[in-house]
Design a protein around this ligand. Sequence first.
Ligand code: XMP
Length: 506
Amino acid sequence: MQEKIVVLDFGSQTTQLIARRIRELSTFCEIYPYNKFPENTEGIKGVILSGSPFSVYDKSAFDFDLNLLRKKFPLLGICYGAQLIVHKAGGKVEASGSREYGRAFFDTVNTSDPLFKGLNPMSPIWMSHGDSITRIPAEFEKIAATIDIPVAAYKIQNESTWGVQFHPEVFHTEEGSKILANFLDLCGCSRNWTPASFIESTVAELKETLGEDKVVLGLSGGVDSSVTALLLNRAIGKNITCIFVDHGLLRKYEYETVLKDYETFGLNVIGVDAKEKFYRELQGVSDPEKKRKIIGKGFIDIFDEEAKKLENIKWLGQGTIYPDIIESLSITGTTIKSHHNVGGLPAVMKLKLVEPLKLLFKDEVRRVGAALGMPERFIHRHPFPGPGLGVRILGDITPEKVRILQDADHIFISLLREWGLYDKVWQALTILLPVRSVGVMGDERTYENAVVLRAVTSTDAMTADWAQLPYDFLAKVSNDIINKVKGVNRVAYDISSKPPATIEWE
Ligand code: XMP
């Protein structure tokens, strides 16, 4: 039976972070909307109540009957979670005169309380709240205060319930992980959730669910679909068939090398070269949305056509990961919409969905990939959009433009690897502009294309900064592209951050 911690989400921006920190402590953790505590409580070792954008006094504040949890599970309330426990037990929460946001320090802290065992009392904590707890009920014991707030943390006597006003999950609370680890000890967690244990239990579950059934899966060349394929392969062997479509908008050599990689992984994979179809359908189309639609639909057509040739397929494998699921978890409606990595395939195919990575974060998928023996260069590839170079060729798409962009991009990416810079950036890309400009080469005047290099640093692609690549590196890339790629006479480097710009151009 899988041990786990449940995080009840009251709408805080840091709810996902709580789950990540717990998992980093080798303990499985799942997020549930505040009003959907799981009926099946098997394996639940403890519960964490998240923060919230609301005050406990707001009419629309998310309310929850804490009697369902108190004294039944070890409980940790964070920020709003801590205030809610106090409020429900008859204590006082008040709008503090000064909103407290940012770094703070303990004025007093009881390090003999097991939640704070081994804590350095001088280490900074991170606050982010408007309301504060000003009075705790008699059975509550204060275990920390700051200069600004009288109750920064409490414990309920004779009960495994704690509350902290600060955020142990954020990086700026330097010893936050220690506090969370102490909580896991108090929950009696054995801390043995690892990529290897995930693989073992997932493969066993897949065997049980799928039996002798056949599965089809679309590979994109990305990490998520590839790790999904490997897991399924380990569980059901040749009963999974993978389809890898070349839409003619992949990076240079990508189709051949990735296909070969898939074969060395032992996957049963069908490669479909559909370049001509896509180029034909995209001819003369400049509108970015239209291009995306054509590429998406073309992909489904090919997949559908190939899958129909297979017999007795019952399941569609998908590389959905946890952030996709959480994004579609609405805290008020709490409907879980299925997320389609490859645009609506299940509806077309009438297949049951199998999504073995749907509870993992991206970095966990990478660790599982490594534990499954996937080579490093495969696991740490930069993200690449589904419509591929289609969104990086501005204006209409022709095979010649694809050739120019592939060649320029290949030089950029190869040099990033050679100079040891590839893993230092989140994503690097080359964009072909729909403009030409005058240049001079030898004694001749040229009138050629301009490409833009873009490299960004990021942690989740939601925000990004342009990477400060060395000038001599940029000079080398620019020289090589202009000298070697026929059709390009100008190279620019994009120095915009996201927001307000985006990573891709389109
Ligand atoms: P933007 O351009 O919105 O991109 O800053 C954020 C991240 O998403 C990737 N991206 C896509 N990925 N299908 C995908 O699978 C798409 O249509 C798509 N559009 C953007 C982009 O490469 C970046 O990592």
